[in-house]
Design a binder for this molecule. Sequence first.
Ligand SMILES: CC(=O)SCCNC(=O)CCNC(=O)[C@H](O)C(C)(C)COP(=O)(O)OP(=O)(O)OC[C@H]1O[C@@H](n2cnc3c(N)ncnc32)[C@H](O)[C@@H]1OP(=O)(O)O
Ligand SMILES: CC(=O)C(=O)O
Length: 527
Amino acid sequence: MTRIFTYDSTLRDGEQSEGIALSLEDKLRIVERLDAFGVDFIEGGYPASNPKDIAFFERVRAMPLKHASIAAFGSTCKKGVAPEDDQGLADLVGSGAPAVTIVGKTWDEQVTRALLTTLDENLRMIRESVAYLKAQGLRVVFDAEHFFDGYKANPDFALACVRAASEAGADSIDLCETNGGALPHEVEEIVRTVAEALPGQQLGIHCHDDSGCAVANTLAAVRAGATQVQGTVNGFGERVGNADLLTVIADLELKMGCTCVGAENLRQLTGVSQFVAATCNLSVPTHHPYTGASAFAHKGGLHASAIARFPEAYEHARPESVGNTQRMLVSELAGKASLVAKAASLGIDLAAHQDKTQAILDDIKAREAAGYSYEVADGSLALLLQRHLGAYRPHFTLESFRVIVDDHEDTGALAKDAMSEATIKIHVDDQRFVATGEGAGPVGALDNALRMAITAFYPAVNEMELVDFKVRILDENVGTDAITRVVITTRDSSASWGTVGVSENIIEASWNALVDSIEYGLMRAGA
Ligand SMILES: CC(=O)SCCNC(=O)CCNC(=O)[C@H](O)C(C)(C)COP(=O)(O)OP(=O)(O)OC[C@H]1O[C@@H](n2cnc3c(N)ncnc32)[C@H](O)[C@@H]1OP(=O)(O)O
Ligand SMILES: CC(=O)C(=O)O
């Protein structure tokens, strides 16, 4: 098996993503997680750039890493400056990182028009910078910026740049697809040419995703001889982002016979993706390869039917191999097989009730046509199944509710003067309760009133928290008479679940979703 070294740039190029700003503590937590995952090199930041990155290198030195080496990032010495007098290189050495990565220009026009110097001077800057850092006992990666555009414009000069780095002792020369516009066949051909020109030199690859090919380009480079892959978790990075290192690792391990983190650690893939996204205050995109919530979710009824018999039919990899899970979605596109599999995941054995399956499916499809969406409402789906199976026992029944919204003239400030009050009359067994709750909005008021009424009977309600509330108008053409769908997410200490309510009246739709959320929570708690 070919060993491919992984080089994570989330803390440097990932932080160049618009909207991402990591604190020092965030960066250290990400290092810990990537180290446990088995990444070989973690690029920590740019010590010449800012005090946070300087502090990062101080703090990370004290961390007991199991596997990863930390790399500090910078650039070659400045034009006209000797390496020993260059502040940027001094900062790299001073960082204490065992590895350093320096970016240097390899596109002739970048040298003459951006760096404003000569091609010869650029070659000197590369050669002397690499040699200087090597003399300090460091592992040196040379990031050949704009290598592919540079090679297309002036192959001799681009090759002269990487040869200078190689002759000066660079441990790895990582060819950068800086503008992200190249295509896989171009990358493969150019990397192969470099591998032939520099036999024995380790090559790496660093791709951006501007043409949607960053992962494909990375894999193409590996086919041509690169043995170090750079990328960022979830592809976060400058402009549209970098190659997603997680997708690259999974592809290399599962499809190209390479070893990066090993099969055991690969199971952490989804967890790492979610951890880093959450630390960046983002979500993993639902449809993200391998690690997204929909990566192994099956909606089409025919897919679910085939998958139950032959998982490979609609899954390119086993979800558990990357720490993800298969999910069956039940909707108007479902068939009996999807429903049976979904019910099983909710702990309900529908296979023992084959006579009822078609009727349940028909009911679901009729309800979806009326505006329900069970795909996002496992709680409501479980209750519906239990009703069909005759196993549903309501914990309370509603006699009536009334909601009052009390608002006053807007004072112009960030007014918080609208208040809601809800009164509900409900029955628990043979007892009748009347309770009034208040809230900033009508749903909060109803929620409070319901809890006041039933908590004494069902203390498990105290564990449940309403965490999300979504409203969707389903027929935009009929104005205020439109059908409203409300989806509520509720959680307790061990799980979260969705419930759905539909009505022409937004308050009634909310109430229905709210009742399902509490009923399902109580059912889960065994109340
Ligand atoms: C492709 C990449 O993603 S590379 C990484 C890019 N990341 C970043 O830039 C984030 C961190 N950057 C920073 O904090 C700042 O830009 C710094 C501290 C590095 C430099 O700041 P400043 O000294 O103010 O320079 P500025 O940001 O304007 O950059 C331009 C200077 O860098 C020089 N430069 C650019 N690339 C290189 C290079 N590869 N080698 C040497 N010098 C370079 C330019 O010649 C220019 O120098 P000059 O002003 O003397 O002509
Ligand atoms: C070095 C780097 O980030 C690039 O060339 O894209």
